[in-house]
Design a protein around this ligand. Structure first.
Ligand SMILES: [Zn+2]
Length: 111
């Protein structure tokens, strides 16, 4: 059985985990769209009457925001107790433990 304090830690960690997964999903969509857009403007240089440079800038903006979302998600994915990012050496997913039972640093229960 876990104490109310442990319950709060688990709850807070699960919230951060959701943010991480949501940000990674968003990042993948944005990067996918950015790359798709680049291919599209190669095939249709004047797509929708908008110039190539505008499309190119837009696709770069999508790629950058995708990376920003991924990094932001990664940076907030910390143990609520010791505040360290949950890196993992097994079950790699961009180098973080996606569903850890315990914090690898301080041993706090996280799920
Ligand atoms: Zn910890």
């Amino acid at each position: 059985m876990s104490s109310p304090r442990e319950e709060r830690v688990i709850e807070e960690f699960q919230r951060r985990r959701q943010t991480l997964l949501r940000n990674f999903a968003l990042a993948m969509v944005l990067i996918g769209l950015g790359l798709g857009l680049r291919q599209l403007i190669d095939s249709y240089p004047n797509f929708l009457g908008i110039g190539v440079n505008t499309w190119r800038a837009l696709s770069i903006a999508q790629l950058i925001s995708g990376v920003v979302f991924a990094v932001t998600g990664f940076n907030q994915y910390k143990c609520p107790v010791c505040d360290k990012i949950l890196r993992a050496h097994d079950k790699y997913y961009l180098g973080v433990a996606i569903n850890p039972d315990k914090c690898p640093h301080c041993g706090a229960r996280l799920s």
